[in-house]
Design a protein around this ligand. Structure first.
Ligand code: GLV
Length: 327
């Protein structure tokens, strides 16, 4: 008999077929959201969990699923999973890094351009039938070319964003816990490390690309927003909770900040209703990695991690190698 796995959300049907070569798959193509109790109930006879960021896998859930041997997250971020609890329980956890770097960097730029140049605001106005004549001062935005791009979080996606700035003749500054090696700063990234305070004060466009954790909770709050230029644009493609959304709404309302482009929100998908009342925000529903080839690559990456893990092999993207027996 094949080992049993649970897929918590709908995926490309061919990924289910691929996994079914190895496992008895319980899928969820109707795409219902499981609450904790339902997840635990469905996991009672499963050894593998294939999930994504919309599925919280807490310490309590891990404790309540004693047959669970591998968790494969179809995302690069894994703050939905209590990694420490999984590690204590000896459960390998995997994510899907790298395959989404370039697509997510493309999207950061899409959001930045749309926000700085007021693309969606202008489109909504046009669709509302308000375009009667061209005016010299209609929808004046900020320049992107020649401006200073700030990047908070300079991992693989941050660097892919930095590389794209060359074509816009931008100065790139970044802040990260770990500074890049000199050859990385001077090479394709062409980026200068600065303190967080300098980043906030100098960036014309600030992109957030750092992972969410207790340490990065509200990394951008009222105090940080107050340090930014009133003409600046803030882009969050990382995770909700990195920005204090209430503080951001207040700053946008007060025009303490020119505009924000947000792909992620606290409590998403139930974002703060006040965002919908602001014209100086571009809002997207967590689609940073959503190109057809990349979402497929992520889905197969998670599948390969699950297969390897359940076959007792080293999963390609293991987050907690300490769970493996020492050689
Ligand atoms: C998406 O947010 C991801 O972490 O892959």
């Amino acid at each position: 008999m094949k080992p049993k796995i649970l897929m918590t959300r709908a995926v490309f049907p061919d990924v289910i077929t691929y996994l079914a070569e190895h496992f008895e798959v319980e899928s969820n193509q109707e795409d219902r959201i499981f609450d904790d109790a339902e997840l635990v109930r469905r996991m009672h006879d499963k050894v593998g969990l294939y999930c994504n960021t919309s599925q919280r896998v807490s310490a309590d859930i891990i404790a309540a699923c004693p047959s669970m041997r591998v968790i494969a997250n179809m995302a690069v971020g894994y703050n939905n999973i209590d990694l420490a609890a999984a590690t204590r329980a000896g459960i390998p956890v995997t994510n899907t890094p790298d395959v989404l770097n370039e697509t997510t960097a493309d999207f950061a730029w899409a959001l930045l351009m749309a926000t700085a140049r007021r693309v969606t605001e202008a489109e909504h106005w046009l669709r509302a039938g308000k375009w009667e004549k061209w005016t010299y001062d209609g929808f004046l935005g900020a320049d992107v070319h020649g401006a200073t791009l700030g990047i908070l979080g300079m991992g693989r996606i941050g660097q892919a964003i930095a590389r794209r700035a060359k074509g816009f003749a931008m100065r790139v500054i970044y802040h990260n816990r770990t500074r890049l090696a000199p050859h990385e700063e001077q090479g394709a990234n062409d980026a200068q490390w600065v303190s967080k305070e300098a980043l906030l004060a100098q960036a014309d466009h600030l992109v957030l690309v750092l992972p969410y954790s207790a340490a990065t909770h509200h990394a951008i709050g009222a105090a940080e927003l107050a340090r930014m230029k009133p003409s600046a644009t803030l882009i969050n493609i990382a995770r909700g909770g990195i920005v204090d959304d209430v503080a951001l709404i207040a700053a946008l309302r007060a025009q303490q900040l020119a505009a924000a482009g947000l792909d992620v929100f606290e409590n998403e998908p139930a974002l703060h209703a006040d965002f919908l009342t602001l014209s100086n925000v571009v809002l997207t529903p967590h689609i940073g990695s959503a190109s057809a080839p990349t979402r497929r690559a992520m889905a197969y990456c998670a599948a390969d991690n699950l297969i390897a893990g359940l076959q007792g092999k080293m999963p390609p993207n293991l987050l907690n190698p300490e769970v493996l027996p020492r050689k």
